[in-house]
Design a protein around this ligand. Structure first.
Ligand code: SAH
Length: 251
């Protein structure tokens, strides 16, 4: 017999309600159970009245995924991730747990605007060429691997987006990452810092690799940092990474 259950893994975007997708809102409205971190649940309070809410904490992702899958055999369940569920979000762990269980589930993954995109728009056009996304959290990835990835992308021609710049276990991660990138990139490489993007208290800083560490105190778990490539420049209050039109056309 076909059950009525379904699991939505929903990306709710960077925070501001106007940046949620219509499909994300539909899925949350349809769900009987909503599962997520306290901070994400607060961002969708307008959609969750009267629903069964399961609050979970960081570090409980495996239990959260298991519980969501079991409930989804009988009920409509939405498990929410900030930004996009594929970018350091819940999509991976839910599918891994489902795979391990050997059972069949009805799952839909709903994309969201990830921080890289939201932050890029606040800064101008910093991502407009090849870019790489790196998380500085060493809770699940060994720091040696993070360092290796940082060196590889800094040596190559990628704009670099840093997520999780401040890790609870290692407060010096951001400083270390900047030191590695400076081995390969010039001091005047543009750097953009955006905190609480599209949320209350949004703050944006445009600086460069030479001066970025003077803002070290501003960088927290709600901050994303974008480091330009060798062609990125600052124009007025914006960062521009040229796409390459100037090589082919007169602008
Ligand atoms: N799935 C999320 C990322 C989760 S990792 C996404 O797609 O955006 C958590 C990290 O995302 C934070 O440490 C921070 O670097 C970034 N982040 C999340 N929300 C943010 C916001 N509103 N403004 C700036 N950075 C944010």
């Amino acid at each position: 017999m076909q059950s009525q259950g379904r699991l939505y893994i929903v990306g709710i975007g960077p925070g501001g309600r106007e940046y949620r997708s219509r499909r994300a809102e539909e899925a949350i409205r349809e769900a009987e159970y909503i599962i997520g971190n306290k901070s994400y649940l607060e961002l969708i309070e307008d959609l969750t009245k009267g629903k069964r809410i399961i609050k979970s904490r960081m570090g409980e992702e495996i239990d959260r995924a298991k519980r969501a899958l079991v409930l989804s055999e009988e009920h409509k369940v939405a498990i929410v991730s900030g930004g996009d569920p594929n970018v350091y979000g819940m999509a991976g762990i839910v599918l891994e747990v489902a795979e391990k269980s050997g059972r069949d589930f009805d799952i839909e993954i709903i994309p969201g605007i990830t921080s890289a995109n939201a932050v890029a728009s606040v800064l101008g056009a910093p991502l407009n060429n090849d870019f790489a996304v790196i998380s500085l959290s060493d809770l699940l990835t060994p720091w040696e691997v993070i360092e290796r990835n940082l060196s590889a992308v800094a040596e190559a021609e990628f704009v670099i987006v840093l997520y999780n710049p401040r890790s609870r276990s290692r407060v010096g991660n951001f400083k270390r990452a900047i030191e590695i990138i400076r081995r390969f990139r010039a001091d005047d490489t543009p750097v953009g810092i955006v905190k609480n993007c599209t949320r209350e208290g949004e703050r944006r800083i445009i600086t460069n690799l030479r001066s970025v560490l003077t803002y070290d105190d501003e960088v927290d778990m709600h901050t994303t940092v974008i480091i330009g490539n060798r062609e990125s420049r600052i124009w007025k209050d914006w960062i521009i990474t040229p796409r390459g039109y100037h090589r082919k056309y007169r602008i």
